[in-house]
Design a protein around this ligand. Sequence first.
Ligand code: HAM
Length: 424
Amino acid sequence: MAKQIQAIRGMNDILPGQSRRWQYLENIIRQVVAAYGYDEIRMPVVEQTDLFKRSIGEVTDIVEKEMYTFEDRNGDSLTLRPEGTASCVRAGNEHGLLYNQQQRLWYMGPMFRHERPQKGRYRQFHQVGVEVFGLDGPDIDAELIQMTARLWKTLGLTEHLTLELNSLASNEARANYKVALTEYLGAHAELLDDDSKRRLESNPLRILDSKNPAMAEMLAAAPKLSEYWDDESREHFNGLCARLDAAGITYTHNERLVRGLDYYNRSVFEWVTTSLGAQGTVCAGGRYDGLVEQLGGKGTPAVGFAMGLERLVLMLEQLDQADLPAAVDVYVSAMGEQAELPAVKIAERLRDEFPGLRVMQHCGGGNFKKQLKRADKSGARLALIMGDDEIANEVVSVKYLREDKPQQSLTWDQLSQVITTIHS
Ligand code: HAM
């Protein structure tokens, strides 16, 4: 036998049984973003490499070591998108959607990062992202968090997720803080691991993110970013907290939440769970008021977040929260060649008269036992059987596959009534 070709490590197939859980999740997300009046935008999965270098930042993990970058046949450097914010800003600038306008957008799709695969961390993964342009107050930051809180409620995940908030303040305040932090960390250089030593020059704030227990005590005593906040950022942060308090959304202020992408300022947040092991951040985002201008547009405030769908699906699976509907409602069988066409007609008539009803037609022949086995395996609630007797008497036999009820012979009108009750 020829050698089989396997999928690329960290890039997963979503198989038929699993895809139903994905659809369930995606449908609920669509409903929630629609409930807040957001519009969908779809961007290409490949962009010019410079777009990500200029937005995410040259000295971030993503740009330094995780991007799928290649030269295309014209010799241009292209990259499979590692996230959606940069593309969204690029598209907004390119089509004149942002300046002096308010836009509330969302997107869904695959992203690519060459990370070490583990549970909840993949090389192709899927995000739903939400981005808002043209609004600079804490009211919109709060709206985004309220939207996510509503999503968790609808999915039954509320009690498994906690919200962490911080403010990265203005660029100037952050630069002042960076000086103080670098000085402090430099004075404790003997405690820094190799990764942190490397970051000390390039991106000291990221050292605060370190999970290394040997550095925990030293980091806990480090200067706090909030001591360097400018007044406007403090006011913005307090405004956001007040709104979340009023909405009954609990949070913790995590002084060490800095995020791994360079474009953020002011509010940043993450929804975290302890139920997924090391990859516990399910949804993350914040403000990026400078990015539109940095990518060549006119200054426009912006805020957004993205959530990892694989991580949400894993949570739903673990909690078994998603009530998965079977793929089929009604299975239509024919006993004998004579009955085949009438059975097809019944199936088509059902599809005509009950839009949304999922009707599977038996194909491939076989005896009664085999057909019923297939009907059962399909997950359908009803098996409809056409045979010589049914044709002669102008009825359909109905077998209830999930209820303890006797088989019945029904006219079309009687069948319609039964279908109406299961298809409401
Ligand atoms: P991020 O924190 O890099 O932010 O990713 C957001 C979410 O995507 C993470 O919290 C996680 O759930 C999921 N995720 C990231 N990497 C992986 C991976 N390798 N495997 C599985 N899931 C993953 C952003 O991407 C920003 N663009 C978010 C944003 C939008 N900020 C403002 N607007």
